[in-house]
Design a protein around this ligand. Structure first.
Ligand code: DOR
Ligand code: ZN
Length: 375
């Protein structure tokens, strides 16, 4: 047994599902699952029902969260076709603006250049009014634009962000063509950062065939060559986030309705990455940089004081559906042997998770950026 103490982790891409889909996950079950994974800060996506696209909806979501969370949570606002720019008055209360321009779950997809351009322009104007962006060290500023932009939509978003000087964060990069373009943009000085998910790093289209609906998500699992490209370009992947997107197994296996894409992930993030460390595919520093320091820098989130996790890096175990604390109780990694168990999580001096047990009370986590305080 070798216990290592690591900084507390951030998962910068989580779909908590509240309001609207509490049967999949809510702010309690989602944050309990996060703590079990050694994650003390999650960033929650806006594709709920209703979506997080107006000041009132952000406030309502923040209040739901504040009553239930056992870890810290930042909330994205989302671009929608119906509430154009409505979120701007509360941009500072959000961790960033999420724009979906590729196929996804829910109704938030933006398909016109006119609208997309407008969102970049107005976010840049909003940043100027607040002195800039948090990622540039401006505490009073706003967060980045995070885009789900696959294939040809990626250069569109890179161009718009560059034209407006908006820091762009590209979520779940999966293909060789995409990471190579991002690498080139970074080399040219574009203000672009990106993330990869564990499922795109550790699974391929072959696994998708084996997993059936449990291996279906957007972006889809891709070829072994695409996966190899992510590993070759790890230096250009700023952070690793899970895109924790729970749907029930019943929904995933439904024959009547089209099964929703998405897989849970917040609990398996660290064991998968520590296994890669054991196999010498990553260093421990790579993991801490991508799951703690980089997300805090990119989104401007201070490290909570006196917070850390303890992991037994020797503990070897098989990932099991039944062991998951997410409400949906399954994982695409079931059956995989991994190394690295979260033993203890300390948040602001309090032991919040230890030996598989939750020790924190609902509401003891914080909603970041004052979102629950109103405007
Ligand atoms: O697989 C996915 N699921 N991709 C997305 O972009 C959204 C997510 C969800 O919300 O279920
Ligand atoms: Zn997502």
């Amino acid at each position: 047994m070798t216990i290592l103490r690591l900084p507390s982790l951030v998962d910068a891409h989580v779909h908590v599902r509240e309001p609207g889909y509490e049967h999949k996950e809510d702010f309690y079950s989602g944050t309990v699952a996060a703590l079990a994974g050694g994650v003390v800060t999650i960033l929650d996506m806006p594709n709920t029902v209703p979506p997080t696209d107006t000041p009132a909806r952000l406030l309502a979501k923040a209040r739901l969260a504040q009553a239930k969370v056992v870890c810290d949570v930042g909330l994205f606002v989302g671009a929608t076709t119906t509430e154009l720019d409505a979120y701007l008055p509360v941009a500072q209360a959000a961790c960033g603006l999420k724009i979906y321009v590729s196929d996804t779950f829910g109704s938030l997809r933006i398909e016109s250049l006119d609208l997309l351009h407008r969102f970049f322009r107005s976010w840049a104007e909003c940043a100027a009014a607040h002195g800039g962006y948090r990622s540039q060290g401006i505490a009073e500023g706003i967060g980045p634009i995070a885009v789900h932009a696959e294939e040809l939509m990626l250069p569109v978003c890179l161009a718009l962000a560059n034209l407006h000087g908006t820091p762009l964060h590209v979520v779940h990069v999966s293909r060789r063509s995409e990471i190579e373009l991002i690498r080139k943009a970074k080399e040219q000085g574009y203000a672009v950062t990106c993330e990869a998910t564990p499922h795109h790093l550790f699974l391929t289209a072959e696994d998708a065939a084996r997993l059936g609906p449990r291996g279906d998500m957007r972006p889809r699992l891709v070829t072994a060559d695409d996966v190899a490209a992510l590993w070759e370009n790890m230096a250009y992947i700023d952070l690793i986030a899970t895109d924790h997107a729970p749907h029930t197994l019943q929904e995933k296996q439904s024959q009547e309705a089209a099964p929703p894409p998405g897989v849970p992930g917040v609990e398996t993030l660290l064991p998968l990455l520590l296994t890669a460390v054991h196999e010498e595919r990553l260093t421990l520093e790579d993991v801490v940089e991508r799951c703690a320091f980089a997300p805090r820098r990119i989104y401007g989130i201070d490290e909570p004081e006196d917070s850390y996790i303890e992991v037994d890096v020797d503990a070897e175990f098989t990932v099991r559906d039944e062991a998951m604390l997410t409400r949906v109780k399954w994982t695409p990694f079931a059956g995989r042997r991994v190394r690295g168990r979260v033993e203890r999580v300390v948040l602001r001096g309090n032991e919040v998770f230890a030996d598989g047990q939750l020790l924190a009370a609902p509401g003891s986590g914080r909603v970041l950026f004052g979102a629950a305080d109103g405007i």
